[in-house]
Design a protein around this ligand. Structure first.
Ligand code: ADP
Length: 360
């Protein structure tokens, strides 16, 4: 490292008019770099974060998938036109082998975030994608149970980049969970630096192999754990889960603002437990109120991706490790669709249309 100042010690530098105009110049150039699959510029896509200019040095962090390393060269190339810039320090945040990292988040617990993460993973898998699930809900990791796994031994393998956890594979989905690393029924009471270390190790030290998607099930809310995960992983979009209740909606609003502040694109909102379908007449009763998801979608300009009914099969499927999106009927040896599985399939199709629109 050369003898210039650290980029992190002098936030007041941002206020200097000269640096500010340099900042604008850099952002303008970075906006010329277009991500070819998403057909948008890397700044708008939230792929460039922590941009800092100190003296004549540019520092930035680039959040990319395994197929996007060419963007690094393009960035260096556009920034080389700056006569005042002595050097660009570009730090890459990526997860080896993983193309697209998506997060599933909620403002509060109990709204069906984990259920949604598991079912989206299952729906994407059914459509042929290679999918991994990272249960980063450090306060209540229950994805193993939702996929029918109890306590399992996690293998550690030695790779050229150090020791790595090997994810488990269940129903064609790769899974890693903090819940697999701790004793069952033991409360997870990690805080501060320990929590930060566990999370970063989790994000960096799993040998996923080749994945089209890694879905990260975030802890609910907007605390330390969430912020660490968002900063340390190349999340290219977040899906927010809410119920139609006003109280859940207020929390989602906070949650969305947190993602927008750090520049992570919000892909949309899923409203869970939207209505109950009457088994006799098929009529829909909005048990938890109605219109919440739509109202939020309009107010925050985030699309409403789907509305999932209350369905006892979702609950029992979660308890027995049989996600409704897979809905495999053993008696008939075929997949059985339901209104909920159709919503998950529709959202999976939309995700594929966005992120796998590739000429490989
Ligand atoms: P969160 O991750 O937000 O805390 P979970 O996904 O663990 O919430 O869901 C909480 C409980 O609600 C679980 O028992 C789950 O099976 C149940 N559940 C979630 N969504 C539905 C639904 N649409 N219909 C019926 N039960 C649901």
């Amino acid at each position: 490292m050369s003898n210039h100042e650290s980029p992190f010690q002098h936030p007041e530098d941002q206020l200097k008019p000269d640096t500010n105009s340099h900042q604008q110049e850099v952002v303008k150039l970075l906006k010329q770099v277009i991500e070819p699959t998403l057909k948008n510029d890397i700044v708008s896509l939230g792929m460039v974060r922590n941009l800092r200019i100190v003296d004549q040095y540019i520092y930035l962090r680039l959040y990319i998938g395994s197929h996007q390393h060419q963007l690094h060269t393009e960035i260096q190339s556009v920034l080389s036109s700056l006569s005042w810039c002595k050097k660009t320090y570009l730090q890459i945040c990526t997860i080896p082998g993983v193309r697209t990292t998506l997060a599933v988040s909620s403002g509060k617990g109990g709204v069906g975030k984990s259920t949604t993460a598991v079912n989206l993973a299952a729906a994407l898998r059914l459509q042929g994608a290679k999918v991994g699930l990272l249960d980063a809900d450090v306060y209540g990791p229950n994805l193993p149970q939702m996929l029918g796994l109890g306590q399992a031994d996690i293998q550690v393998i030695n790779t050229s980049t150090g020791d790595k956890f090997l994810p488990l594979e269940v129903q064609g989905i790769k899974l890693m969970s903090v819940g697999l690393l701790v004793e069952a029924n033991r409360p997870l009471a990690w805080r501060g630096p320990v929590l930060h270390k566990i999370i970063t190790q989790f994000l960096q030290d799993v040998e996923w192999g080749e994945l089209d998607y890694l879905l990260i099930d975030l802890p609910p809310g907007t605390g330390d754990a969430q912020i660490t995960i968002i900063q340390e992983s190349p999340i290219c979009g977040v899906i927010l889960v809410t119920t139609p209740q006003q109280v859940a909606i207020a929390d989602v609003r906070r949650n969305i603002n947190m993602f927008r502040q750090v520049g992570v694109p919000v892909l949309g909102i899923i409203e869970n437990m939207s209505y109950l379908i009457c088994g006799d007449c098929g009529s829909r009763t909005p048990i938890f109120g109605s219109g919440g998801g739509e109202q939020l979608s309009a107010e925050l300009q985030a699309p409403l991706l789907g509305q999932i009914p209350i369905d006892p099969d979702i609950c029992s499927g979660g308890d027995t490790g049989n996600p409704i999106a897979i809905g495999f009927d053993i008696a008939q040896a075929k997949h059985r669709t339901s209104p909920a599985s159709e919503v998950f399939a529709k959202i999976a199709t939309a995700i594929n249309a966005t992120f796998l629109r590739i000429a490989e």
